[in-house]
Design a protein around this ligand. Structure first.
Ligand code: PLP
Length: 346
């Protein structure tokens, strides 16, 4: 059966006519023209004009990096906005449902609740892999989205490719792979497989490896059909001018980004080894991200003790399968040394 995106789109979204901004009606704003169409203040201060609603320069670079067309890219105010747009385009409140796989990123659940969409949770297995049988049993004709976070937060592992393929081939809704940490992983991005799987959506962000959490830039890669649905409902100027400029500079600085990633990876390996030596550490989980999850004797106590030493980490103990775990983000070399020193003093 051929995949039909139209069957998944909400009726109101299918019907709606998107807002047409001044910048949508006259797109050539790099041209020398007198612009009297958008009620802007004419005095130039660098940001007196509305930003490009389609962020073309930035999308060109991001798309070519993944060998995709710019029409397969949607940008948002952080991946949180991108994920919210996906909910709003495909999930009918009170009727549809989504499937998430705890322990995982907390925003999927919050977004489901915000959008009044049921969140069906299927626990990861004990080795933190998706439970394909249970997921497919839990899904029904109203299951519009399945969220796979890979590398997963907070566990740090990447899901097996065969497992993801089984889900892509058998889940009847859209499979959203959240690749916030992909730049730290040994596996390639699933963007390579977009042509094979019309029901695949891949999200990424400049908040982690690219070091730009403060500018808020989230990325969605998918088929042109999916992207055009999301484009219909996105706020016209959702990515501001300062963000577009700063993001473009950064994504063009391949070497600068690569160097920082390499240094974080080296530090992660060091941290991993050091953590194994700490007496109250029970287990250090292998990480494909820029953090390490650790099982300890008493997470609440160790968390408090580290706070008193001026170090803030994340206690993940309330998450299923994560009893007594702490999540350490990989810092600079000197930050990690402080952390290790503090841990050894406890
Ligand atoms: C940090 C993180 C994000 C990033 O969200 P932004 O809104 O782009 O900053 C997305 N997904 C996961 C799993 C994360 O851990």
């Amino acid at each position: 059966m051929a995949f039909e995106i139209d069957k998944l789109v909400r009726t109101n979204v299918k019907k709606l006519k998107p807002y047409s901004s001044a910048r949508d009606e006259f797109k050539d704003f790099d041209k020398e023209m007198v612009f009297l169409d958008a009620n802007e203040n004419p005095f130039n201060n660098g940001v007196n004009r509305y930003p490009d609603p389609q962020q073309r320069s930035l999308k060109d670079v991001l798309a070519s990096k993944q060998q995709l067309s710019p029409a397969q890219v949607l940008l948002g105010n952080g991946s949180d906005e991108v994920l919210d747009l996906i909910f709003r385009a495909f999930c009918e409140p009170k009727i549809d449902n989504v499937i998430t796989l705890p322990p995982t990123y907390g925003m999927y659940k919050v977004l489901a609740e915000t959008n009044d969409v049921a969140n069906r949770e299927v626990l990861l297995t004990n080795d933190f892999e998706p439970n394909v049988t249970d997921i497919l049993k839990t899904a029904d004709s109203k299951s519009k989205l399945l969220f796979l976070c890979s590398p997963n937060n907070p566990t740090g592992n990447i899901f097996k490719a065969e497992t993801i393929v089984q889900l892509l081939e058998n889940f009847q809704g859209l499979v959203v792979i959240d690749e916030a940490y992909i730049d730290f992983a040994t596996a390639p991005s699933w963007t390579e497989k977009l042509t094979d799987y019309p029901n695949l959506i891949v999200t990424q962000t400049l908040s982690k490896a690219y070091g730009l959490a403060g500018i808020r830039l989230g990325i969605c890669y998918a088929s042109e059909e999916i992207i055009s649905v999301l484009n219909k409902i996105k706020p016209p100027y959702n990515v501001n001018e300062l963000t577009q400029k700063r993001a473009l500079e950064r994504v063009l600085d391949f070497r600068g980004v690569k160097n920082e990633i390499n240094s974080i990876l080296e530090e992660r390996d060091l941290l991993f080894k050091e953590l194994l030596q700490v007496v109250f550490v029970k287990k250090v989980y292998t990480s494909n991200a820029n953090f390490v999850l650790v099982k300890v004797d008493d997470a609440n106590a160790r968390y408090q003790e580290l706070l008193e030493k001026g170090i803030v980490i994340r206690n993940r103990s309330t998450q299923p399968l994560c009893e007594n775990t702490l999540r350490f983000t990989v810092g600079t070399s000197s930050e990690n040394k402080k952390l290790i020193k503090a841990l050894k003093e406890l």
